[in-house]
Design a protein around this ligand. Structure first.
Ligand code: ADE
Ligand code: ZN
Length: 326
């Protein structure tokens, strides 16, 4: 079997996916209309034209604006179910989904509305497609630590529905150290820990995420490669990176997929995985990420198999369940 057919068919896990980043323009229009919310676009084509980014902040401005049409439990259900349908088509059998509660609670939508809609879709996806999923609650790093503490507090009634906490949004100027206390409190509550680090920010932010936040996994982590000591640490400690190739080119973290560092990461012994981040905005879901990076870097079948097995090995699934896929 050729590599592209292999990657389409093989069961995969996705470990870095923002549910708000799966909001396709067609569904955005539909929900905006039924909720009678105005968006600054007249057509799906106009929305797609706006998806040209020079940096992370360009994208985030549009991403938060898009999410503003989500008001009701059914909206969060529809958003999440649309993503699960992609998973079913692409043989994603397990996914660890990030959601940004503050994007919604700041607009007066309750934590309960958000998580109930997502949870109902998770249950239906497991029942109808056999897809398992975990939730990762991400704190927005452009907001204060106090704000993150409020979010942690709100999450506690739903602790049984949340596997991990994460850190996302504008990285530069918002280092992990800003959130040291709230992550310590989150660990105490039993949450696993991830954080975006080294996407636009420097290798020092990855060190901070490791040393101060006590992360179990790094989201992106590209800039780790600028620091040899850090690379050695990641390899020795089997610290996985959730890499997102199409996100990296869309946000100009990497100029061209041919220069993408994922092959170098594998060569160095880093536990890299392939993920889609915000597929509605960056040009494709997980299989598209795999196929484009395979072609750009001429990855071997062995390398692709490593990426797929890493996606299960470094998931938060229990060891027994992992064995099914490894
Ligand atoms: N939120 C959604 N996608 C993100 C990304 N790639 N980096 C930081 N925050 C995000
Ligand atoms: Zn992300």
């Amino acid at each position: 079997m050729d590599i592209i057919s292999y990657i389409k068919k093989v069961p995969k896990a996705e470990l870095h996916l923002h549910i708000e980043g799966t909001f396709e323009p067609e569904l955005m229009f539909e929900i905006a209309q039924r909720n009678e919310v105005k968006i600054p676009y007249n057509s799906v084509e106009e929305v797609k034209k706006a998806y040209q980014f020079n940096c992370l902040q360009d994208f985030l401005d549009i991403y938060y604006a898009g999410a503003s049409v989500l008001l009701y439990e059914q909206d969060f259900y529809d958003l999440t179910m649309a993503y699960f349908k992609h998973c079913a088509e692409e043989n994603v059998v397990h996914t660890e989904i990030m959601f940004d509660p503050q994007t919604h609670t700041k607009r007066g939508v309750s934590f309960e509305t958000v998580i109930s809609g997502i949870k109902r879709a998770q249950d239906d996806a497991e029942k109808n497609f056999g897809i398992t999923s975990y939730l990762i609650m991400s704190y927005l790093r452009h907001l204060s630590e106090e704000d993150a503490f409020e979010t942690l507090e709100q999450s506690l009634s739903y602790k049984h529905l949340i596997k991990a906490v994460g850190l996302d949004s504008s990285e530069k100027g918002n280092p992990p150290s800003k959130f040291q206390k709230v992550f310590a409190a989150s660990v105490k509550e039993g949450y696993k820990i991830v954080a975006h680090a080294g996407e636009e920010g420097p290798a020092e932010y990855v060190w901070e995420a490791l040393d101060l936040l006590k992360i179990d996994r790094i989201d992106h982590g590209n800039n780790s490669l600028t620091d040899e000591k850090l690379v050695n640490y990641l390899v020795e400690n089997k610290m996985a990176l959730t890499v997102c190739p199409l996100s990296n080119t869309a946000l100009r973290v990497v100029d061209d997929l041919k220069q993408h560092p994922i092959k170098k990461m594998l060569d160095l012994g880093i536990k890299a995985t392939v993920n889609s981040d915000d597929p509605a905005y960056f040009g494709g879901y997980i299989t598209q990420n795999y196929t484009e990076i395979i072609e750009a870097l001429n990855l071997s079948l062995e390398e692709v198999k490593t990426l797929v097995s890493n996606s299960f090995e470094y998931s938060f699934l229990d060891e027994e369940t992992k064995k099914k896929y490894l």
